[in-house]
Write a protein that binds this ligand. Structure first.
Ligand code: ZN
Length: 406
């Protein structure tokens, strides 16, 4: 594309006049760059405290990480969790959360909250939705009521939540989308991001301290990814997210488009890949300089019977654990591993005991927190490439065992 924009390769100049207020919103400090990969460590400066990166953020859909209390998350070293705007907007609604003192006052979580825009759930959960230039119209999956979410409205909702990081409303087309439709989604995502930014700056003027991140789309088309990066980066928002990955594409496409997109992002902004949480995808993201990720994976799989160990994952319902009186992982320092056996967890799982979900969640989240500490340590010691290789061979070597369920 031969551009007529002096700043980018776009046919039209979308480069906004830099807003002095936005320029002040520097929230990230890089502390070390690994010499063996593009991985880096850093610090996020947020309203509810600092966060060391790379960071994994547990997902608390309804302002609760299922089956665990905020103080336990805090004890494991978590300082940022995610909540879902779509769910909280529908129930209990932003007014109740605002009256409760935002998400922090409402839930008792003292660390940072990142909230998504709700767009992803509108597309995956709502019974009906229609994309308009104005926003997205949809019917609630709870009661069929009709709603219109605009980029401005989504900023208002997340401001009522007092989110530390809020996400701009975007359009995430599915894997396999045509280039024409993906192009339209990319362009509209940019228009919406500009509108979200304007509203967010108004909220900042009014005393709101939270940050707005823009989301890069472009589906699986190199040119569209490049355009989307140039557009969203031009808005000079506090952080940047790569959206539209891990949406059902083959692992090779994930790796290719992650590396391609991440390489174009500026160093001074935190980089977030949405919706990834398996150790192999996290390693790939960190290798490409990504600082933040979130996923329901460690908590949802815990409840479904998959437990992480330093020698790979185990499926606790397997008959072999009925008489296995060892801890889940002898190397794990969590209270579950120092108190309970695999045999007991197997028994609790088989009987659908509530305590099973609590213990399994606690162990898996402790394991993830520990894994991320090891990731940061490896980066600081300039050995991330060998750390990743060792970890992946362990993880992949064990994957075959997972499928051999009985
Ligand atoms: Zn444990």
């Amino acid at each position: 594309m031969s551009g007529s924009c002096p700043h980018t390769s776009l046919p039209i100049c979308h480069f906004l006049d830099y807003d002095a207020r936005a320029m002040q919103h520097r929230i990230f400090t890089e502390t070390h760059a690994d010499t063996t990969s593009r991985a880096r460590t850093g610090i996020l400066h947020l309203p509810h405290g600092t966060v060391e990166t790379p960071v994994f953020m547990p997902v608390g859909t309804n302002a609760t990480v299922k089956a665990i209390e905020p103080r336990d998350l805090e004890g494991m070293g978590y300082d940022i969790i995610l909540a879902n705007t779509y769910h909280l907007y529908l129930r209990p609604g932003p007014d109740i959360i605002r009256q409760a003192g935002g998400l922090h006052g409402f839930s008792g979580w003292k660390g940072n909250f990142l909230t998504d825009s709700g767009g992803f759930q509108v597309f995956s959960l709502a019974q009906f939705r229609k994309i308009l230039d104005e926003g997205v119209r949809f019917k609630s999956h709870i009661d069929g009521s009709s709603h219109l979410l605009t980029p401005e409205h989504v900023v208002d909702i997340q401001t009522a939540f007092n989110s530390d990081i809020q996400m701009a409303l975007d359009i995430c087309p599915p894997w396999g989308e045509s280039e024409k439709r993906a192009y339209r989604a990319t362009m509209l995502t940019f228009e919406w991001a500009k509108r979200a930014r304007a509203r967010w700056l108004e909220k900042r003027e009014q005393g709101y301290l939270g940050n707005l991140f823009g989301i890069i789309q472009g589906n699986f088309y190199h040119e569209l990814r490049k355009i989307s990066v140039e557009q969203i980066v031009s808005l000079d928002l506090p952080g940047l997210a790569i959206g539209g990955l891990s949406i059902g594409e083959p692992a090779e496409a994930y790796k290719e488009f992650l590396a391609y997109t991440a390489a174009m992002l500026p160093a001074e902004k935190p980089r977030y890949v949405m919706g990834i949480g398996t150790p192999d995808y996290i390693i790939e993201a960190v290798r490409n300089g990504i600082d933040m990720f979130d996923c329901v994976y460690p908590t949802r799989t815990a409840r479904n019977g998959l437990l992480f160990t330093s020698e790979g994952q185990i499926v606790i319902k397997k008959a072999q654990f009925r008489t296995d009186f060892r801890p889940i992982d002898a190397k794990c320092s969590c209270s579950v591993c120092s108190t309970y056996s695999r045999a007991y967890l197997h028994h609790l799982f088989r009987n659908n005991e509530i305590l099973y979900a609590m213990l399994a969640t606690r162990h898996n989240l402790h394991f993830m927190a520990d894994f991320m500490r090891q990731v940061r340590e490896a980066i600081r010691q300039d050995r991330f490439a060998s750390f990743a290789k060792d970890w992946l061979s362990l993880y992949e070597g064990n994957a075959s065992e997972e499928t051999g369920e009985n």
